[in-house]
Design a protein around this ligand. Structure first.
Ligand SMILES: Nc1ncnc2c1ncn2[C@@H]1O[C@H](COP(=O)(O)OP(=O)(O)OP(=O)(O)O)[C@@H](O)[C@H]1O
Length: 580
């Protein structure tokens, strides 16, 4: 992937003026630091060597200038540190907002393949690296370039032969830094991968802690974790080894350079081509030239991390949602609930073969239709297609005569309510979770929906009633209670089309009968598709549709289908035998 420079720079745009002020401050402060050794040189060489009667006055004058410089430097550094970081953080916030909004638009097909943990690291860690590059990148380059070039020019002006002698060290120091920089980068990348593995392990193990403990597999989890933990330790040892080589190596270079300056400088003093004040100035300036080279590693790591982070950000941003509104998408208003699946074919992946082949099904407004069939036949897939979570491969799906591909996605989905077996609740209160069905609903409307879903009674018995926290994914509630909250959510949404996807199959008999009662109330007056696992629950359906091998093979009422003595009858007796 070539680096999208234009796009990268575009994030500076809203903060252009303040960014230029920060860069200018970095330029000024680093130039001012160059003046200090010159002032020391002036005092040691000119003031103290001249008439001592005026020396005190001169030293005071120089001291005053130094204080002004300190104040000016501090103001500049304050702007660079505070405003510079703020710009970086603002750009990061903008990008994170964009990325999250984009992730909300990507379809089920994208999430079928992506790992949530990795996506989270893009939203958090990667962007942090980009923000560091946005802010520190330009500022560090300005700061260190000014110091390096400034020190070189001043030293050359003071004593060219000694400057060139010292300069011979720099190419060697540069190569040394680049070599260890590469090693250190590799070690840092490895560190990141290892910490990523640890995060994935912790996330997996803790989200499944109930399964872990129910299988009494804590020691197995600890062993698995310790393997990753040890690998991380090994990786960190590698980083520290590279760092130790690098930092001690550059330290040795600095000392060698100092020794060289002292020896060559002393020879020049003996030959009267250099004086003591200039030697002191040399020693003071040499750090200005060495520091940028020392920082090379950090800067290039920062650069690489930022660039990679931005590329990973763009990888996601460049994914076009495969389900989008058509340019002239229609808004569905006053939906009656007529559904037509016409000559429908669909596959998740062409390599896996089709789930449906030329399937046609019409559901009339207000009808109650049950879809049955063996496991894996495509019952859930059918409900995903009606809501256009996936696009059909051939044929079409029509709601009130309109092809779902021509409809505005929000208006289509807000007319369909889905109740699933696996209820997803968000951390927060009961009230917030029910209100998810209609964010503008009043407290009274939320409570009315809860009553319709037979949930009000258990909610009012909770310690804080509707304001009780339900825990992550609703862990503090029973299966039946979670299911009733999800039904209340759909009551509040009040859609004309309803899909019940095995909504009661995980519940015990008592919960099932309460939930069934609220589902029956919910279905009243709506077009309802029930995806049934247990055939006993759909005996009263107006029509039962039997799927097999990607097609509808039988249709009719429970009694009529039993009489036919076909697939349905076989499925039914199989379940009946199991239940007996
Ligand atoms: N996201 C997906 N990506 C790829 N294949 C999928 C996906 N979801 C389901 N499938 C496959 O599509 C087929 C139909 O799955 P679906 O979940 O619709 O069946 P189902 O009839 O609802 O099954 P069950 O009664 O066991 O819940 C299965 O073979 C399944 O493996």
């Amino acid at each position: 992937m070539t680096f999208p420079v234009k796009k990268f720079l575009s994030y500076y745009k809203p903060y252009r003026s303040i960014f230029l002020i920060v860069l200018f401050s970095a330029l000024i402060t680093s130039s001012l630091t160059l003046v200090f050794p010159l002032l020391v040189r002036y005092v040691t060489k000119d003031v103290l060597a001249g008439s001592l009667s005026t020396a005190f006055e001169d030293v005071l004058w120089v001291g005053g200038v130094m204080v002004v410089l300190v104040v000016a430097q501090n103001v500049g550094n304050y702007i660079v540190d505070y405003k510079g970081h703020e710009i970086g953080a603002r750009m990061e916030t903008d990008m994170r907002g964009e990325l999250f909004a984009h992730l909300q638009k990507l379809s089920f097909r994208f999430y079928d393949k992506e790992n949530t943990g990795r996506l989270m690291s893009r939203v958090t860690n990667d962007l942090l690296m980009v923000s560091e590059l946005y802010h520190h990148g330009p500022e560090d380059y300005v700061k260190y370039l000014v110091r390096f070039l400034g020190a070189f020019v001043i030293l050359f002006w003071i004593n060219a032969p000694l400057t060139l002698t010292v300069f011979c060290f720099f190419p060697v120091l540069g190569f040394f830094s680049l070599y260890f920089n590469k090693k250190l980068n590799r070690a840092l990348t490895d560190n990141k991968e290892r910490i990523g593995d640890i995060n994935a392990q912790v996330e997996d193990s803790l989200s499944g802690i109930r399964v872990v403990q129910s299988f009494a597999n804590e020691s197995l989890e600890i062993r698995k974790f310790n393997v990753e933990n040890e690998r991380f330790l090994e990786s960190r040892k590698g980083t520290y080894r590279a760092e130790a080589y690098f930092y001690n190596g550059t330290e040795a270079f600095i000392q060698l350079i100092t020794v060289t300056i002292v020896i060559f400088g002393s020879i020049q003093i003996v030959n009267a081509s250099l004086d003591l004040a200039d030697l002191i100035t040399f020693l003071l300036y040499i750090g200005f030239m060495i520091e940028p080279i020392q920082r090379l590693t950090h800067m290039s790591t920062q650069f690489q991390e930022g660039v990679t982070g931005f590329q990973r950000f763009m990888e996601i941003m460049n994914i076009k949602p495969d389900i989008e509104n058509a340019p002239d998408a229609k808004i569905l208003s006053r939906v009656e609930g007529h559904i037509l699946l016409k000559n429908l074919s669909f596959h998740y992946d062409s390599a896996l073969g089709p789930v449906f082949k030329d399937l046609t099904l019409e559901v009339l407004p207000g009808e109650y239709v049950a879809i049955v069939g063996p496991s894996g036949v495509g019952k859930t897939t059918l409900s995903s297609l009606i809501s256009r979570f996936y696009d059909v491969s051939e044929g079409g799906i029509f709601v009130d005569g309109e092809n779902v591909k021509d409809l505005d996605l929000n208006s289509l989905r807000s007319n369909i309510g889905i109740v699933q077996q696996d209820v997803y609740l968000f951390s927060g209160t009961v009230m917030e979770n029910i209100r998810y069905g209609q964010p503008e609903a009043t407290d009274e409307e939320v409570m009315k929906a809860a009553k319709q879903a037979n949930a009000d009674e258990f909610i009012t018995r909770l310690p804080q009633g509707y304001h009780s926290e339900i825990g992550q994914r609703g862990v503090r509630l029973s299966g039946g209670q979670k299911q009733r909250l999800s039904i209340a959510r759909v009551f509040l949404k009040n859609p004309p089309i309803l899909i019940l996807d095995e909504a009661t199959s995980a519940l015990d008999n008592e919960s099932e009968s309460i939930v069934k009662e609220s589902l029956e109330l919910l279905a009243r007056g709506r077009t309802t598709l029930v995806i049934a696992h247990r055939l006993s629950t759909i005996r009263n359906a107006g029509r039962i549709v039997v799927l097999s091998d990607g097609r509808i093979v039988e249709e009719g009422t429970h009694e009529a289908l039993l009489e036919q003595n076909g697939q349905y009858s076989r499925l039914y007796s199989k379940q009946f035998e199991v239940q007996v």
